[in-house]
Design a protein around this ligand. Structure first.
Ligand SMILES: [Zn+2]
Length: 144
């Protein structure tokens, strides 16, 4: 049976302590099969905005008012087959936006829609920029 490496991220930058589980599966197929079981409505086998099946995912915790968010706020899914800085940053951006939305914006904020509905654009944007910056720093020998 295929199993992921499991880790955990913790942050208190919003003033409240929150954790995220991180699961790194050996390949994309096993990650998507697992996601289809734990979150069947995710459309995991459809192509995303990048024209690809998902190479990573963030599934947030649910079932609470955002200003009463629990400590554990979700799971980041990655796989060793598709593991690069752009994908890592993209999924972490989703997780960070979720914490931000819960702790700083709250349930009634009109800004919440910009955090949740257009979240994908922000995640792609920061992933793209960090990947370009990382490539330049690495190629120029500044990042070792
Ligand atoms: Zn995304």
């Amino acid at each position: 049976v295929t199993a992921p490496n499991v880790g955990q991220l913790t942050s208190e930058w919003t003033g409240a302590k929150h954790t995220f589980e991180v699961q790194v599966w050996p390949d994309r197929a096993s990650m998507l099969e697992h996601l289809d079981v734990v979150f069947p409505d995710g459309g995991w086998f459809e192509v995303n905005e990048a024209g690809e099946r998902p190479a990573g995912a963030f599934v947030n915790a649910a079932g609470f008012m955002s200003n009463e968010a629990p400590e554990a706020l979700g799971t980041i899914y990655l796989n060793e087959e598709w593991l690069d800085i752009e994908i890592i940053v993209h999924e972490v951006a989703h997780a960070a936006m979720f914490v931000y939305g819960c702790d700083l914006l709250g349930v009634y904020s009109r800004a919440m829609v910009h955090i949740s509905s257009t979240n994908e654009t922000f995640a792609y944007l920061i992933g793209d920029l960090v990947a370009q910056l990382g490539t330049w720093l690495y190629d120029a020998g500044m990042y070792r």
